[in-house]
Structures are given as C-alpha cells and as structure tokens.
Design a protein around this ligand. Structure first.
Ligand code: UDP
Length: 236
C-alpha cells in the first residue's frame, strides 16, 4: 500500500503467468498502472481511490512508486510499466492465440499502432479496433462482444479509461482489461519512447518532460508525491 493505494509486488514474468491463468479460467481481471499523479488524484477523489483499490492488479508504472516503496521499507524494487505489460499481453496473444481488441486514441494512430503490432508479432490476434472518440458506447460494447475478444486495451488517458473499464467490464465478454494511456501513440511511432538507458535510470519522466514541456504541471506531482510519501511513511 502506498498512501492508500495498493501496488502489487510482481514482475513481468509473474504477471504474464497470472494473466494467462485468468484468461484460461475465463476470470475477469483489470490491470491498472499506478503512478504518483494517480495516487495524488485518488487522495482527493474517493471514487478514484475506490476504483484503484478494486482493480485486480495495480502495477508500479511510475518510478516515483518504486522510490516511495523503498523509502517506506516496501518490497517493490522495479517498475512494471503499462506499455511493457501491454507488450507482454501482445506476446501472449502471439504465442497462444488470445484475441485482442484495441480501443482508444485517434483513428490514424490506432491504425498505425495496429499495423506496427501486426508487423512485430506475426501471429498476434487483433480482432477489432475502435478509436476513442466514438460517442455511442453501445457501439463500442457491441463491437467488442462481436469480436469475441479475450483482452481489451483501453487507451483514453486516465481516469477516463479506468472509469470506462469499471463501467463496462461486466457488459463485455472479454476477460482481461488494461488501461494503457498513451501507449497506442508510442506504438504508432507518433510519440517516441525514452531510450533504454533513461528507462533503466528511472528517467523516463524527464524524457517526456523534455519532449512535452507542458507536462510540467503534471510532473510536478512527482516531487509533491515523494515529499508526501516520506512525511507519511508510516501511513498505509
Ligand atoms: N483519448 C481518447 N479519447 C478521448 C480522450 C483521449 O482516445 O476522449 C486518447 C488520446 O487520443 C491519447 C490518449 O487517449 O491517445 C491519452 O494519452 P495520455 O498520454 O494523455 O495518457 P496518459 O498515458 O498520460 O494517461
């Protein structure tokens, strides 16, 4: 638990196996990426706090979450990012034929991201894709149900995507749901991802800040989060 939000102590291989078990058992699960911004928002928004607590797997997406865990004597030692978890689910589809539905982002970004995934994973099963600007939700629900998808990626930014998942996961026949934020933008090649050395050094936030200085308002959260996590290090 970090400031009221649970965060799983896990790694990619463990989560891959766990999700595979969920898929095979047809058990519904919902994966949410936790970062400092979301934790701070949740502390001011009880419904978001409840939503994060009710997700099946909360992964340590932001490096701030890892730092906070370390300073509080927790067991999280490395990030399990949203985009790498999504890649891991794509590998599962490529290896075992699980069916993926992509929902979110602008149409051309969505199509390009899909095309790149199909190039990278020749056996991946992408059974449907809808952009994130469809106003009639029934069309979205019907499209996912007709596709018979097992996994749904929702790329609409936070907390919109998480709210959509909670409101719709029981109406949609798929098992595994993941909110993937701007991952389709990265996969489409529209937004570059930080180089490996920056990812490893926990500096992905800096890369995003240098690319998009207007994110400063969002990233300032990292500092206030670390301060709060330290001050309240004895609080769950
Ligand atoms: N988006 C969408 N529908 C909306 C609003 C946003 O599909 O109504 C998409 C937007 O096109 C972008 C993604 O949501 O692809 C938001 O990415 P952002 O980087 O803001 O998410 P983060 O990873 O920061 O949560």
């Amino acid at each position: 638990m970090i400031l009221g939000v649970p965060v799983c102590v896990t790694d990619y291989s463990q989560i891959k196996q766990t999700i595979r078990n969920d898929l095979d058992a047809k058990r519904k699960s919902f994966l949410v990426a936790i970062n400092p911004e979301k934790i701070l928002k949740a502390r001011k928004d009880s419904s978001l706090m409840q939503l994060l607590n009710n997700a099946t797997y909360q992964i340590a997406d932001g490096v701030g979450v890892v730092y906070a865990s370390k300073m509080r004597g927790g067991k999280i030692r490395s990030r399990v990012t949203g985009i790498d978890s999504m890649t891991m689910l794509c590998e599962l589809s490529n290896e075992h034929g699980y069916r993926i539905f992509m929902y979110g982002a602008k149409e051309e970004i969505l199509q390009k991201a899909k095309e790149n995934l199909l190039k990278k994973y020749p056996n991946i099963q992408i059974v449907g894709a809808l952009n994130g600007y469809q106003k009639d939700n029934q069309i979205v629900v019907d499209a996912i149900n007709e596709s018979n998808a097992d996994i749904v990626f929702v790329a609409m930014g936070s907390p919109r995507q998480e709210n959509w998942i909670v409101e719709n996961m029981d109406r949609v026949c798929a098992c595994v749901f993941q909110g993937v934020g701007g991952s389709f933008d990265v996969l489409s090649g529209t937004i570059p991802r930080a180089p490996q050395w920056m990812q490893k050094a926990g500096l992905e936030w800096l890369f995003r800040l240098l690319r998009e200085p207007k994110r400063i308002g969002r990233q300032i959260h990292l500092i206030s989060f670390l301060f709060l996590a330290f001050v309240k290090r004895r609080e769950v």
